[in-house]
Design a protein around this ligand. Structure first.
Ligand SMILES: [Zn+2]
Length: 387
């Protein structure tokens, strides 16, 4: 049967009541599971639920369950609990309720942007090619950070009834929507997202990569963008095809990420999913499949409403799957700004028609409650058309 998981933040579950949210999602909408972010970065989350307080939930981020400290003995990078949690453990109750109702439960870990660690200790933070140290993003090529992500995945999946651990933010991409980086072209954004921290420089050099030349190339290309205002429309992967030092630096980084994902998979008694996100305004070829290696499931994060792009991206990603990997999709339940109410119904149906067995719906907190029936209808259509 076609599966649907609603992405649901713990603060929405707690503030609206676990039982009543589950009644809406399970009984009302008919989802088959939940995806719960358990380690996130800082954020301001506008909530659409009637009368929900506070209307904007603000968090400095962190880990959203009480970590078992013994699990992190092999890393200097330690979990920092969200201040919101205090001494509570709502994930435990949720896990029990999901089990009782026969609902699946997935834990989502925002790997790069994971709560407060970079701000707390710059040793674990990313550093761009200009030497700017991130206050929010950690470097996944750092061995302590990689061990932290592995330990966190083991901790959450062995403490609660978690069937899948979803890892997001593995590709060097992204900036948040409020970030001025978003005005850069795709290639420039991706170049600026590359980490050249001491840990990366040293371990890439040890692997035989000419890191000095790779850094020089990134600097020259970005300086040219800043001087001329000319965009780099091609993706980083395509740029690197004609740039051997950059190409080998990227290949080294992809290998580090693949090793991280494989180590998480080898130590967890759960499926491992890696998210592949289509950057805003980018074509399907901008998704680099190098960051999904080692995962059982590849989740296509699709926030656009255009069905042609969805179809092309599914086709592109399908061609990159290896070793029994399964493709899934994640679609937004918030109607697009253009007011296309049917976008979710259309896209979810097409996902199911394409033979994709499962989709995440993002997310409960920003679901207009008048659209509950629409989401229910989208799921019903998708189930009917799945083959
Ligand atoms: Zn680094």
């Amino acid at each position: 049967m076609f599966q649907t998981n609603m992405v649901t933040h713990l603060w929405d579950l707690v503030d609206e009541g676990l039982e009543s949210v589950l009644d809406c999602l399970h009984g009302g909408i008919g989802v088959t599971g939940l995806c719960v972010p358990v380690a996130t970065g800082p954020g301001r989350h506008l909530r659409y639920g009637a009368g929900v307080v506070p209307r904007v939930f603000q968090t400095r981020g962190g880990v959203f369950f009480p970590p078992n400290k013994a699990r992190y003995e092999r890393t200097r990078c330690k979990p920092i609990s969200s201040g919101w949690l205090r001494s509570r453990d709502p994930l435990r109750k949720l896990s029990e309720l999901c089990r009782e109702r026969g609902l699946g439960l997935r834990a989502v870990i925002e790997c790069t942007n994971t709560g407060r660690i970079a701000a707390h200790d710059a040793h674990f933070a990313q550093k761009n090619v200009f030497g700017d140290v991130s206050r929010s993003q950690v470097c996944l090529a750092n061995a302590d950070v990689a061990e932290f992500v592995r330990a966190l995945s083991v901790d959450v999946s062995s403490t609660y009834a978690i069937d899948t651990v979803e890892l997001t933010g593995l590709a060097p991409l992204s900036c948040s929507a409020t970030d001025s980086h978003q005005y850069l072209s795709l290639g420039a954004q991706q170049l600026l997202a590359l980490c050249f921290c001491e840990s990366c420089m040293q371990s890439a050099a040890e692997a035989g990569v000419d890191v000095e030349s790779a850094a020089r190339s990134a600097t020259v290309r970005l300086d040219t963008v800043f001087r001329t205002g000319q965009p780099i429309e091609t993706s980083l992967a395509a740029l690197a095809d004609d740039d051997p030092p950059l190409c080998s630096f990227l290949a080294w980084y992809r290998d580090r990420i693949a090793a991280l994902v494989s180590s998480v998979g080898a130590s967890c008694n759960a499926c491992i999913a890696s998210h592949a996100r289509l950057a805003s305004g980018a074509g399907e070829e901008a998704i680099d499949p190098g960051y999904t290696r080692g995962a059982n499931i590849v989740v296509l994060d699709f926030f656009d409403a255009e069905i042609g792009l969805l179809e092309r991206t599914i086709g592109h990603l399908r061609g990159t799957l290896v070793d029994e990997q399964r493709l899934e999709a994640q679609l937004s339940v918030t109607p697009p700004a253009a007011g296309d109410d049917q976008a979710l119904v259309r896209n979810l149906t097409r996902v199911a028609e394409s033979g994709i067995p499962s989709a995440n719906l993002d997310h409960y907190g920003r679901l207009p409650r008048d659209h509950v029936d629409l989401v229910k209808q989208a799921i019903r259509f998708a189930r009917r058309t799945f083959r």
